[in-house]
Each structure stands twice: as C-alpha cells, then as structure tokens.
Design a protein around this ligand. Structure first.
Ligand code: ADE
Ligand code: ZN
Length: 333
C-alpha cells in the first residue's frame, strides 16, 4: 500500500498521456504533427519552461468536448489513486481552451463530471482551481474570472485561483486586481512563483496577491530573509522535483534543495506538476526523492502530513484529521 498523500500541484492538462492524446485526436478528427506516440514522447526534451509550454499548449488541441475533459480527469484520478493520492486539488487553464473556442461550460462540466464521481470510483476527494496565464493580459484574466462565475463554489466546483505559464517577465503584481476580485468572491489563492523567476516574485505573490500557498517556490533558498518569513508564517510550498529536473530548474535530482528546505523548517510538499510530460505521478515523485536524496521514512511521512496540512480542507476538518491519521499509522516496509 502506498503512503497516503494529497496532490496540490497538478495541471490536469499535464496529465494528457500520448496514448490518450492520439485516441482523442482520432475521436475529434484532429491531426497531430507527430506520427505516433513514440515520436511524440521523443519530443519531450525540454530546455526550459517555455519549451515545455509550447508543446503542452499545442497538444491541448485534442481536448474539445465535455467527454474529453471527463476522460482526461478520470484517467488522472485512477493513476493518482493507485499511487496513494487521497485528495487532489486540481489546476486547469481555462484561457488555453477559451482561445481555441472551447467554452468554460464545456471544460468545467467535463472535469466536474469526473470529479463528482471520484470519491466513489477512486476514493480520491477533489477540488478545482483555475489558473490565469501570466503571459496573457490582466484584462483577459478578469474576463476569465467573470466567465467562471457560474461555476464557483459553493454552486460549482471551482474553489480557488492560481497563476501559471511563463514566469520570467510576468511578475505577480500584474494580477493584483483579479486576485482582489477573486478574494472578494471567497476564492482561495495560490500562485506559481520562484520556479524560474526570482525570489522577489514569491514575496510579491504573498504581499500583493495574498497567495496562501506558493507553487514551486524553489528559488526562495536564494533569500534567507524570505525563508525565515515562509517558515514563520508556515506558507506551504508545492514542490515538483521531477518537473524541476525536466525543466532544468535543477541540474540533477541529487542536487535538489528539498532536504535543505526541510532542514530549514519550510512546509514543503511533493507533487507532480505535469506528470505525463515529466516522468511520473505523485508516488513516482516521492520514490524519486527517496532514492536520489536518501530521505528517511520520517521525512517522507512529514511530506505526506504536510500535504494534508497545506490542503484547502477547512470546510471538512474531520476529513483532514482522518487523512493525517492514515499518514501517522502508515508502516514503511
Ligand atoms: N503550466 C503547466 N505546468 C507549469 C509549470 N511547471 N510552470 C508554469 N506553468 C505551468
Ligand atoms: Zn505547475
């Protein structure tokens, strides 16, 4: 039995496996610029975040109908469950679909269908977070929030907002207004910061956007005062070790700062980001850090506990306590 964990940094579009991409392409009459899954997989050599994003947005062309989004999420939840994920807070990128003529209603209805039955089918509780693309305008983000209004919790499945896509040159402050509007609507707030961008983007995400969790946050280690603040305020960081290697944020996994970050007292979690592209799901990331960084069973338990502490389960503290009890009772073999 795998260690129970929550997945807090997962782009549903990044779970599109080559086999499903080709199946959806055939179903929707979309021609992909790759002969087969093998040729597609060979293209998964990334120099940086942008080179990944180009392929990631391109492959989304196969996602067109409500069924496509339901099938995508269902496949992810089955894989996640098999790797011990008990709770998933799932990101999606509405602007990437709206730009292709796929409506918010189609995307949310499809994802929502898979999420609604997830607990019964996979034993995984779920929440949905919509991300704004930071390389699009602030106005576009505000229009996206407006389009999402019928689908916001408690009426709909969307419980929060995030910020993703190309980081450098797109500081968080650009999105101050839309994050203010999201907060006024009662939405939770997270933001990618300090993946490729400088530590100052992390500070800005906290101060200007009111971010409650930082996605990645790796580069906080360059600023000791920021580390002190993150430790003091117990700000969760959703790290994605395999992603960091594949997008060259770190050279090799053995040099990942995760052990130093835990030693510093940071509230770190381990997640998969875009598992279909980066070589593994949540459990694979846990196994990778155990093997490459020699993390002890107690460190792994801490990471799993942190994932539930950092999750947005305030509406169901009983559930959070139950999940944490499962972590504490877990016996490592
Ligand atoms: N969108 C999907 N994955 C991402 C990542 N790792 N960073 C920024 N935007 C993303
Ligand atoms: Zn991400």
């Amino acid at each position: 039995m795998p260690l129970p964990k929550a997945e807090l940094h997962l782009h549903i579009e990044g779970t599109l496996e080559p086999e499903l991409a080709f199946a959806l392409a055939a179903r929707n009459g979309v021609t992909l610029p790759y002969a087969d899954t093998e040729e597609l997989r060979k293209a998964y050599e990334f120099a940086d975040l942008q080179s990944f994003l180009n392929l990631y947005y391109g492959l989304m062309a196969v996602l067109r109908t409500e069924d496509d989004f339901a099938d995508l999420a269902d496949a992810y939840l089955a894989r996640a469950a098999a790797q011990g994920v008990r709770h998933a807070e799932i990101f999606f990128d509405p602007q990437a679909h709206l730009a292709r003529g796929v409506g918010m209603g189609t995307v949310v209805a499809g994802l929502g269908r898979a999420l609604d039955r997830s607990e019964a089918v996979h034993g995984v509780s779920t929440q949905l977070i919509m991300c704004f693309l930071r390389d699009e305008s602030a106005g576009s983000a505000m229009e996206t929030l407006e389009a999402a209004k019928p689908y916001l919790a408690p009426r709909g499945p969307i419980i929060g907002v995030g910020l993703d896509s190309a980081e450098v040159g797109h500081p968080p402050a650009k999105f101050a207004e839309v994050y203010g509007a999201a907060a006024a609507l009662g939405l939770r707030r997270v933001a990618h910061a300090g993946e490729e961008g400088p530590p100052a983007y992390i500070t800005e995400a906290l101060d200007v956007l009111g971010a409650e969790r930082i996605d990645h946050g790796l580069r906080c280690m360059e600023d000791p005062e920021l580390v002190d603040r993150l430790v003091r305020d117990r700000v969760p960081l959703t790290l994605c070790p395999l992603s960091n290697v594949r997008l060259r944020a770190v050279d090799v996994l053995a040099e990942h700062p995760l052990p130093k970050m835990l030693d510093a007292g940071l509230l770190c979690t381990v997640n998969s980001d875009d598992p279909a592209y980066f070589g593994g799901y949540a459990g694979d990331n846990f196994r990778a850090v155990r093997e490459a960084l020699g993390l002890s069973p107690e460190r792994l338990r801490e990471l799993a506990r942190n994932s539930f502490v950092a999750s947005f389960l305030e509406h169901d503290e009983e559930r959070r306590a139950r999940y944490i009890a499962e972590v504490e009772a877990y016996e490592f073999r």
